[in-house]
Write a protein that binds this ligand. Sequence first.
Ligand code: SF4
Length: 270
Amino acid sequence: MKKSESPQKNTIDLQIKSPAIPSSAFRGSARHSRLVCAELARLYPDSTCALNYRDLFELIVATILSAQCTDKRVNIVTKSLFERYPSAATLAAADPAELERIIFSTGFYKAKAKNLISMAQGLMDHHQGQVPETLESLTKLAGVGRKTANVVLGVGRGITSGIVVDTHVTRLSQRLGLTRQSSAVAIERDLVKALPKADWVLISLRMIDHGRAVCKAGRPACSRCELVRICPRIGVENLALKSIPKRASKPLASKSADEPDLGSHDVIKP
Ligand code: SF4
């Protein structure tokens, strides 16, 4: 998408009263999912993970930190974090209070610090300090759910074990009629069923890019969205109308561009 394009006023969005194609025709259809996938590939041919990392250890740490936090913030924090703790061994022996101070600005810092240390200890105890490369082994580590494991394997190793479902993927999958589900696991199941394995890694990254640029949580810019002709816009009209004040035509409050990224669906275990 052209970054120079400025978001349209919400009033223009609301002029699109109904999707070009009835929503019922598309929900759960593998053909529709593949069409959306192809269009996203055309729009975002170069999508990549926005987290900065040099190896799998740094990727797993950054992904755990990205829960309920922006990638931008995580990248700021990990710069000093990886200098202080460059390996599983150093992180496993970290002083919790010092680690909490370093990662404080990513939110949930106490739980994240505890999980990071436990995760690193798990790597030392069971994997010789290395990040394992199976979904089963990864999800046994503290703070690592399916989403984090899928990021590590898909983005870090190019191993397609599943589809990363974060807050953007959840929202777009629902609006675009790719799923009726609301839980990350069920959404992933629908996407995996409909899409070829070769698309599993990039579909998430592309939906995340589209979610950030156009299909934002509080204010989807349907009027300038290149998917509008194939998007049933499930729930969008209701969301927009609900947000419009009765007596005034103020623009909708737009959600911060800094909404949480990749990690937002993995459980932060206390
Ligand atoms: S911005 Fe509108 S048309 Fe585009 S994907 Fe989102 S809901 Fe669909």
